[in-house]
Design a protein around this ligand. Structure first.
Ligand SMILES: CC(C)(COP(=O)(O)OP(=O)(O)OC[C@H]1O[C@@H](n2cnc3c(N)ncnc32)[C@H](O)[C@@H]1OP(=O)(O)O)[C@@H](O)C(=O)NCCC(=O)NCCS
Length: 160
């Protein structure tokens, strides 16, 4: 199968980004509320926000993953990155992250930062391999929808 293509996403893609967020982030998003289309559109309207979509080849191409970054001066915030379960381990997140890093550098950021659930082994392995290092902890950052205990987030940072 040929590789997915990575394209810049804008407000017109808010619905597909929200759907990808719901399908990929699950318990790995803070809070239980998810991202509505309107919320994604609001995020993308923030000055300096940017996002990418991964499209798997097809007619029409099929959304396979996404990433969304928010500006934070010297520290760009990778707010979310997710790849559909059936499309994982094909390098899509690595390529999405590379585009985010390019975008952050172009915006003048010196580092890229994010939160990851302490028990999200796949994402932690992904970020460690991509050169992120632990920079802090946010206690109870991931509130569970089901009454289970809240989980801590590890703050990760990578110099650009
Ligand atoms: C984390 C996530 C984005 C990785 O996406 P992906 O497209 O499968 O990642 P890639 O194929 O680009 O992986 C790149 C490297 O990261 C590491 N990696 C990725 N997934 C891994 C896993 N499940 N276990 C161990 N290492 C993993 C590997 O080193 C991999 O390289 P390799 O496949 O050559 O060994 C994906 O698992 C996902 O969407 N998870 C749910 C959402 C989520 O948790 N997002 C992050 C929230 S902070």
């Amino acid at each position: 199968m040929s590789a997915a293509s990575i394209v810049a996403a804008g407000p017109a893609h808010a619905a597909v980004l929200a759907a990808l967020h719901a399908a990929t982030m699950g318990e790995n998003a803070p809070g239980a509320e998810g991202w509505s289309t309107a919320w994604v559109a609001r995020l993308l309207a923030l000055p300096g926000a940017f996002a990418f979509l991964a499209l798997a080849p097809g007619e029409p191409p099929e959304p396979a993953g996404f990433a969304l970054c928010l500006p934070g001066g010297e520290a760009c915030d990778l707010a979310a990155i997710g790849v559909l379960a059936g499309r994982r381990r094909a390098g899509i997140a690595r390529r999405l992250l590379a585009r985010c890093e390019d975008g952050a550098r172009a915006a003048g950021a010196r580092r890229i930062m994010l939160e990851v659930a302490e028990d999200n082994a796949a994402a932690r392995a992904f970020y460690a391999g991509a050169g992120f290092r632990a920079a802090g902890r946010r206690r109870g950052y991931y509130r569970a929808s089901s009454g289970a205990a809240a989980r801590d987030a590890i703050v990760l940072s990578k110099e650009l």
